[in-house]
Design a protein around this ligand. Structure first.
Ligand code: ADP
Length: 488
């Protein structure tokens, strides 16, 4: 097998340039983890040069200039290059990209133009610098038009004939709705009548799903779920036709960054051997957020986007059902106003035991992971989820809904000697409340609780594991391409 497989990541955000959510983490960590494998693939990343990227922080040089037309005229494209952790990053600048205030806006048409232009520019970039990737690895709807274009007229010159396209779905419901007119403006035709439902034939993500050689989601559990009516957002029947090309690879977390032994945001660092230091962190956190510092009352936490997906309503309906028990709770999150207000009202309702902190604060998040006894994750769906992995690494026991990546990463208490947390099935306040009650019983049995904490802390959630799995997938794609070519 080729020693230096060429892989191009095509993605809307990548840390350390720009990070809005988990996607930025993936594109920031996975490329360097891949480069660190013994096979040392040549991995490069291309992303839009968003206005929020701080130019001063990076040494940038111009790599390519060209233009791309749509029905309103030509757009001048300039591609900048820099290197971070040994990985080459290309930043694509053009008026619709630099002119946008936010990475993702509420204007679907403008976002459609921005990301379609970006997608097409990534194909032109390869031609311009004469660097043909073996694997064109696109992420989510923002990069999906590139795959569709590659497989239609834009790939007609044969430059990408030997390139295989992988589309990673981080969150299926984000289909690129509203971007259909933008695709049309750039001359990308709708899909022909066929296996895609009619309503999906002009949307970026479905078109990417139709034309990619392989598709994966960010957990095996979510991959199985999107084939069902409940999670398939109307595409489940179509996705079943692509089942043989569909897989799931769990995300990792940056285990250097998320390390309770070295995390500078903590009051007391600790490891499996010094778990008792968590008690100091708990006392400090209770004081920091204004709760009474009682040591033996279970301290629950919730960290996440204030959105429907994260199960804020379910949490709201569940907490009154456990009000007879002693516990305290810290909630940290930002997002939609409705949900932000909802958690604020929880503090008003339970002033002695709940604190809701509505802001984005990474350091406070670290301190919560290092201090809370359990973290509740009642998500309605969860493609992978980082919160449960970070929590386990910090000895904070997850009580989560058995969906997607949550089910794949948490081993249920009582079902094995290596249990790491608690799961519940139905999105139902009674079931969720019963599971919290069960967790609290175990909490009051310190030996058993510590067993859960230690097992969670010793899991391997590193990106190296994910990188190995992606590499295997890339290799199988290259082999399949060769086979198809040989046979035809
Ligand atoms: P998402 O669906 O939002 O990507 P994940 O569980 O995959 O959810 O990742 C969420 C990440 O964002 C975690 O690292 C979590 O600690 C962090 N996070 C979420 N909300 C906040 C907040 N308000 N302040 C600090 N960190 C947050």
């Amino acid at each position: 097998m080729s020693k230096n497989l060429r892989v191009l990541f095509v993605v809307a955000e990548a840390s350390p340039f720009v990070k809005v959510g988990g996607l930025g983490d993936v594109a920031g960590s996975l490329p360097s983890a891949l480069k660190g494998l013994p096979q040392m693939p040549d991995v490069r990343v291309v992303l839009p040069f968003h206005r929020t990227i701080n130019k001063e922080e990076f040494t940038l040089s111009t790599t390519a200039t060209f233009s791309i037309c749509n029905n309103t005229g030509p757009f001048q494209i300039e591609v900048w290059e820099t290197e971070v952790n040994g990985v080459v990053y290309y930043l694509v600048s053009a008026d619709p990209i630099m002119g946008a205030e936010r990475v993702y806006s509420d204007d679907n048409y403008k976002d459609g133009i921005k990301f379609t232009l970006f997608s097409l520019a990534t194909l032109e970039l390869g031609r311009f610098i004469n660097w043909r990737p073996d694997i064109f690895h696109a992420h989510d709807w923002h990069a999906a038009p590139a795959i569709y274009a590659m497989k239609t007229d834009w790939g007609a010159d044969g430059f990408y004939e030997n390139t295989s396209a992988l589309l990673t779905v981080h969150n299926l419901p984000y289909l690129g709705t509203g971007a259909d007119k933008a695709l049309k403006a750039f001359g990308l035709p709708p899909a022909l009548r066929g296996i895609l439902p009619r309503w999906a034939r002009r949307l970026p993500l479905p078109l990417g799903l139709l034309s990619a050689d392989k598709i994966n989601t960010v957990s095996p559990g979510y991959t199985a779920e999107i084939l069902t009516p409940t999670y398939g957002v109307g595409l489940h029947k179509f996705l079943r036709t692509r089942q043989k090309d569909l897989s799931g690879i769990l995300n990792g977390i940056d285990v250097e960054e998320w390390n309770p032994a070295t995390d500078k945001a903590l009051v007391e660092n600790y490891s499996c051997e010094t778990l008792e230091n968590r008690r100091i962190n708990k006392k400090h956190l209770q004081r920091e957020v204004g709760l009474v510092p009682i040591p033996d009352v279970p301290l629950l936490a919730f960290i996440g986007r204030m959105s429907r997906q994260k199960g804020v309503d379910l949490m709201w309906n569940t907490l009154p059902r456990i009000a007879d028990l002693p516990w305290q709770m810290v909630i940290l999150g930002t997002g939609e106003e409705t949900y932000e207000n909802k958690v604020r009202r929880l503090t008003d309702k339970y002033p002695d035991r709940i604190r809701a902190i509505v802001r984005y604060d990474s350091e406070l998040a670290s301190r919560i992971y290092s201090a809370a006894d359990a973290i509740v994750i009642p998500s309605l769906y969860e493609p992978c989820g980082l919160v449960q992995m970070i929590a386990m690494r910090y000895g904070c026991v997850p009580v989560a809904r058995a969906v997607g990546g949550l089910r794949d990463t948490i081993r249920v208490y009582g079902e094995s000697s290596k249990s790491t947390g608690f799961l519940f099935q139905a999105a139902n306040p009674r079931v969720f409340a019963d599971t919290i009650r069960k967790a609290m019983v175990v909490y009051h049995s310190p030996e058993r609780w510590e067993g859960l904490q230690r097992c969670g802390m010793s899991q391997d959630f590193s990106w190296t594991r994910a990188a190995r799995e992606y590499y295997q997938l890339y290799e199988s794609m290259v082999a399949e391409k060769r086979r198809v070519k040989y046979e035809s």
